[in-house]
Unconditional design. Sequence first.
Lengths: 309, 309
Amino acid sequence: MALIIKPDLEHARPWREVFLETLPEQECREWDRPGDPEAIEYAFVWAPPSGALKTFPNLKCIFSIGAGVDHLLKDPDLPDGVPIVRMVEPELTQGMTEYVTMHVLRFHREGPALEAQQRDRVWNELIVPTAPSRRVGFLGFGVLAQDSARVLNALGFDLACWSRTAKTVDGVQSFRGADGLDPFLARTEILVCLLPLTPETDGILNAGLFAKLPRGAWLINAGRGGHQIEEDILDALESGQLSGATLDVFRSEPLPKESPFWAHPRVTVTPHIASVTQQKSAVEQVAANIRRIEAGEAPLNTVDRVLGY
Amino acid sequence: MALIIKPDLEHARPWREVFLETLPEQECREWDRPGDPEAIEYAFVWAPPSGALKTFPNLKCIFSIGAGVDHLLKDPDLPDGVPIVRMVEPELTQGMTEYVTMHVLRFHREGPALEAQQRDRVWNELIVPTAPSRRVGFLGFGVLAQDSARVLNALGFDLACWSRTAKTVDGVQSFRGADGLDPFLARTEILVCLLPLTPETDGILNAGLFAKLPRGAWLINAGRGGHQIEEDILDALESGQLSGATLDVFRSEPLPKESPFWAHPRVTVTPHIASVTQQKSAVEQVAANIRRIEAGEAPLNTVDRVLGY
């Protein structure tokens, strides 16, 4: 009985050793040396090739290394009936909260204008409003966004969220569904995208959506590159509809050298580091779920394949 | 019976109108038209010329427009026995908390390195630790620093403070007095200066202090320019003892065009805007204190002239 692992090679770190230490009862196999496929009961993977997971006939559970599972659900041959678990671990949440808080504050406090003043050696005492009069909106309001909202709430921001189902979180106005999107956008000065990537949310950050924000709004996308229509972001910056964009994710990663985002004066590019799964707590979560399954219980943090998250 | 006001001319805004509305029972006079000096009972001032306040023989209270009172105490002819009130108002505190949180996060998250990567079009997934393993230290721990600590605590940072008297705040290790300074510095990776400027703290941010920080520490000074020896900051950046500095205050303000800080790749210059007194809530605080005095009560938030804050 074995576990097979396929970490993202660009984040290659000794995952196997952490598994051996945390979950010694499972034989841990690396992706390129699977051995007997019938022995594989668990897979811990990032972006496996389409059809690969189908070759393990006794798979009991598929664990995503990241919070998103779009990299799994795009596989047309993903084995039916096998539960899929998304990554929920405290360090992943923590990293996102830090990233979102920092970049919301940077836009709120007119960071780009102050940076331009420094370049030009201009001492101009820009007066900015305080957080209670700044309207921040979360597009998507799962575990990561809710923790970011906890800190932004402590800072006093005027918060709202948009999600499929209504959310009840203190200090956060909830908008839901298709009807809720336009009023949510109309009141949002700083838009933070933390949606899952699904067929419904693919390309949601487009010209039509930007046009519904107040003029001069700011965009932070720490969801997926697939959410954004990149030419529409550039156009909205050009027209002034967006004042700035902070992007941690891109349609093509690593972001190609020739992308206009790199040198754009009002775009911050970060290399998909808003939030990184930490080995130790990630493996502990997987181990706890494997022990649940072995004890006949359902795993925690499973994904609804129809909803896509 | 009258109130005289001397706002900072660079922040000139219609203070007088706010006073007339909030405190209609007091005649509000502008600094350059004081009228009969014997009628002046209250002064609401920023950096009055030395000797000027002494010309009002019936002064009952002096209100500082900012949180610091160094601009008053440097007057050798400051009238004896007149209480001095420092500015404590929610918007001033809020602004500082936002500034400190943003700049602590920027250093913690390797903002300068990521910005350099973007300039060079480099996609390198820098892995940063999360806040619980980052040690932030407050030099000075009054109202402003304590509110910043509240938010940094919600973010999970490892916090300490150094102050004259020990402080008991959840989640913040307290160091005090001369003996406490070295151990405080030895454990502090991101140093935030929010001290009052007094003869004891003048020039405290110097080479000797920087040498006691861990190598590669970061400095944020949102206190006063008088705290910093500016050549020592440049030397510490040059040697690598400091990795970066975010400075909101300077020995000479506005920062002269020829200052090396402007173009320094590891210095962020902001034009003394970390925290700005907001008119409405400031005048409400002054009005409440004047009404206390008129009712025979002692004003709140008075300054100890010997301690200097």
